[in-house]
Design a protein around this ligand. Sequence first.
Ligand code: PAF
Length: 279
Amino acid sequence: MRIIRDVSEMQAFGQAHRGVRVGFVPTMGYLHRGHTSLMALTRPRCDQLVVSIYVNPLQFAPTDDLTRYPRDLDGDAEKCAAVGVDVLFIPEGFYPATFRTQVVVSGVTSRWEGAERPGHFEGVTTVVSRLFGVVQPTVACFGEKDYQQLTVLRSMTRDLALPIEVLSGPLVRDTDGLALSSRNVYLTATQRERARSLHRALFAVRDAPAAWNLGQRTAAGRALVDSDRLDYLAIVDADSLEPLPDDAPVTAPARVIVTARYGGVRLLDNVAVAPTPAL
Ligand code: PAF
């Protein structure tokens, strides 16, 4: 596995591999099975697999402690090599001093994480656009764990007509049901135990009796969440991420999304809900 730190060298690699399928999994490192499952999903769909590790300052609020984001470059490199990654891109000086562009997706960014973390998605779409320009992938893979991020990045790729296929990989859970996240490392044992209520609440909403309307389902789900603060639990249209009306059944593919806080740690989780069959 080749490690590239220089942005121009990475771009030259992309240019030299124009005729072959380049797969790309962008990450912020501290890799877990969720990340490696995305790499494993992309591996058979490409000739060259590139993974990036870059903790992007643009997607953190000034109040977030960027330096506190967990890092383990040696461990990450071992995990990438084990799943057959060809190039590990760990950019240094990723944004030039003259950088003055922001990529903004509207609509799907306005609610949920967009409302809770102003500027976050602009940071994500800007870094991913630049990464796409540098790596020049044929196919890029993102996790369903960050479901809104995936929706935003699909919209961006489609709207800008970027010639990149966007793949998504399913959310991966730990043995206790908690969605895998680099941030789980900050949970105390008690917080972790309480955080198990998140997936239980999601599954309860998904598996609620068919006769329940959405208002009943979300109320039941919210009551099950044990957290310091529930930012939101909602049933949304799987594509637009608009909340679905409380008094209706599920008629189109939907997603239950939840975000809750445990001390300073925000956890996100979600699950798909199939439309209720007509009686
Ligand atoms: O999901 C992440 O790890 C990041 O938001 C991403 C897509 C690598 C952009 O920095």
